[in-house]
Design a protein around this ligand. Structure first.
Ligand SMILES: [Fe+2]
Ligand SMILES: [Fe+2]
Length: 332
């Protein structure tokens, strides 16, 4: 469990890493440690680019957990039963917890939470583009659990072996909770599929809308992926985007059969020679449009996030005042 530190600049929070006498030698030693599968810890020397890559990746991951609470949070008050309401409430709360672990893991790299949040709130930092799609029906909530959390698990399980210790350890706990999220989504859809024709149609409609954006969650094809090569060298990324996407498609096709829903891709077929499913072409124009701020809900999500942060200012002030009071008491 990481500290959920308030963002108070503190001189001894910065990693106390002396510059190495011989940078080339230190870099070679670092690469060798990564290649040997060793964990890198916050106070170890690391190349600037490794630090930057991790700050970018962990903070984007943290932002995604937090912004991801918005589309589902909309449905907490409208869940169809007390049971579903409690499950959804627990799930959304988990996502908030994931965001906090991850901000804390990013802070160990010497960046402040304030800087990370400012980058998000001013649109400089990215979060997963999947959360810029709307959730007009209750079936969307089941599909988010089944497909969006399902894709997140595929992406995140390899991160439990990521070379940066604090990130890897945060991911172990997060992945356990993501499995529960995926199961609850599937269970909710299964219940609806055993219901009326209207319920089945609602599930199918939601699957049709989410399928392609979910496949985009794995990121651009390996040949077009900017950061993959160095991330792989340093043990940050262990399995490529295309391999993960393929694993997800293969697993999901079987689950869709159990549910009794179709997947909206006429090109989706089993390829016995490859031992995998073939699938149709992804519309990357849509992906880049959404990443660059022009998805159906980008503005709405960012505005809701900024408003929540502003509305919570008094909580941060009160917590700081309380901790100052406690420190003064301890000093006295
Ligand atoms: Fe999560
Ligand atoms: Fe989740």
């Amino acid at each position: 469990m990481y500290t959920q530190a308030m963002d108070v600049p503190n001189a001894d929070d910065a990693p106390s890493v002396a510059a190495p006498a011989n940078e080339a030698e230190a870099a070679a030693h670092f690469d060798a440690r990564c290649a040997a599968g060793e964990y890198v810890e916050a106070k170890d020397w690391m190349p600037d680019n490794y630090r930057k890559t991790l700050i970018r990746q962990i903070s984007q991951h943290a932002h995604s957990e937090i912004v991801g609470m918005l589309p589902e949070g909309n449905w907490i008050s409208r869940a169809p039963s007390l049971k579903r309401k409690t499950i959804l409430l627990a799930k959304v709360q988990d996502e908030g917890g994931h965001g906090l672990y991850l901000y804390a893991a990013a802070e160990t790299l010497g960046v402040s939470r304030d800087e990370l949040l400012t980058a998000l709130h001013t649109g400089r930092a990215k979060y997963s583009s999947i959360f810029n799609y709307p959730t007009p029906t209750w079936a969307d909530i089941g599909v988010i659990g089944w497909l969006v959390d399902g894709a997140a698990i595929m992406n995140q399980v390899p991160l439990c072996r990521c070379s940066y210790g604090p990130y890897a350890r945060a991911m172990v706990r997060i992945c356990r909770e993501e499995s529960f999220h995926q199961r609850q989504g599937f269970d909710s859809l299964q219940t609806m599929m055993q219901g009326t024709d209207a319920q089945r149609a609602m599930v199918q409609d939601a699957v049709n809308r989410w399928w392609w954006p979910v496949l985009m969650m794995f990121g651009p094809h390996d040949k077009d992926s900017q950061h993959s090569e160095t991330s792989t060298k340093w043990g940050i990324k262990r399995i490529s985007n295309d391999e993960l996407r393929q694993k997800f498609v293969d697993a999901t096709v079987e689950q869709a059969k159990v549910l009794g829903v179709g997947l909206p891709d006429p090109a989706l077929t089993w390829n016995a020679e490859r031992g995998h499913h073939d699938f149709g072409a992804i519309d990357w124009t849509e992906f880049w449009n959404v990443v660059n701020g022009h998805g159906p809900c980008n503005r709405e999500r960012l505005a809701a996030k900024v408003k929540a942060h502003d509305d919570g200012a008094w909580v941060r002030e009160a917590a700081l005042a309380f901790s100052a009071k406690q420190a003064a008491r301890a000093a006295a």
